[in-house]
Design a protein around this ligand. Structure first.
Ligand code: AMP
Length: 261
């Protein structure tokens, strides 16, 4: 059962939404408008192939709405680097670009959703990735009696662009992201800001990227269709600046919540 604060927060979110002015403008008209800080989007899923920018967008939404990003990939990587039993089990699969078992990630997400910071909403980044995970999540949210149902946003970028984004990606230990093609550091391999050594994720090689794309096509594309058919769904062109993509997502979130009432 949902805790009272969770229900109250979602009810408050719904009330806030009803009070806020509903946008009737088109996405292009509103794309430069700042986020409405009084609007709470509730639970949001960011779907899309590796490299579409789910993590970057989740962080932007987190900053704008004050709700947490829950990235199953980040949780798995944190477990791998601290050598927990979960990390040891997941390492080979993550390094190869294949999926970790549904039970394991569902359990991880269930634990994370128990944290009090999720009561006002949350952004799931990289979950669900299989139909089993989606069905589990739908049931979990119904059982939690969330006043707001989930909204799914699918970010779309073409294959060649994704390949460049992934194989060109270099990350600093502090999480700054560079790209050999589009945003290279001044000195190759070195962070411009703090001089630290940049690293590549082991699964960002071309071979593993190909595997991750296959996994996306076979296992995750049906999840996109599952949420498309539930109609609280929008598809966003991710081949624009980060700010333009964020603005388009925020317009879609407001429109989809407004259409529920
Ligand atoms: P990401 O950082 O989201 O690209 O995830 C990196 C890797 O973590 C994936 O290639 C999978 O091996 C694993 N992973 C992340 N999320 C999931 C999930 N929802 N289900 C299964 N495996 C996952």
């Amino acid at each position: 059962m949902a805790s009272l604060p969770r229900v109250a927060a979602f009810v408050a979110a719904r009330a806030g939404r009803e009070l806020s002015t509903l946008t009737t403008s088109t996405a292009s008209e509103s794309e430069t408008a700042p986020a409405d800080k009084n609007f709470l989007p509730g639970p949001v899923l960011l779907l899309g192939a590796p490299g579409v920018g789910k993590g970057t967008q989740a962080k932007a939404l987190m900053a704008d709405y004050g709700i947490p990003q829950i990235s199953t990939g980040d949780i798995l990587r944190a477990n791998i680097s601290s050598g927990t039993p979960l990390g040891k089990m997941a390492k080979v699969l993550v390094d190869q670009g294949t999926l970790v078992s549904d039970d394991l990630v569902n359990q991880m997400v269930a634990e994370r959703l128990k944290q009090p910071d999720t009561t006002r909403g949350f952004i799931l980044d990289g979950f669900p990735r299989t139909l089993n995970q989606a069905t589990w999540l739908d049931a979990e949210l119904v059982a939690a009696a969330s006043a707001l149902p989930v909204i799914a946003i699918s970010i779309v970028v073409d294959y060649g662009q994704l390949l460049r984004r992934i194989t060109g990606r270099w990350i600093s230990p502090a999480g700054r992201i560079y790209n050999t093609y589009t945003n290279p550091p001044a000195i190759p391999g070195i962070c411009d800001i703090d001089g630290s050594q940049l690293i590549q994720r082991p699964d960002d090689s071309e071979v593993v990227f190909t595997e991750r794309m296959k996994t996306f096509e076979t296992q995750t594309a049906p999840v996109v269709e599952h949420y498309r058919n539930q109609h609280r769904f929008d598809e966003i062109n991710g081949d624009r600046t980060v700010e333009e993509v964020t603005a388009a997502i925020e317009v879609a979130l407001k429109r989809l919540r407004a259409s529920e009432s």
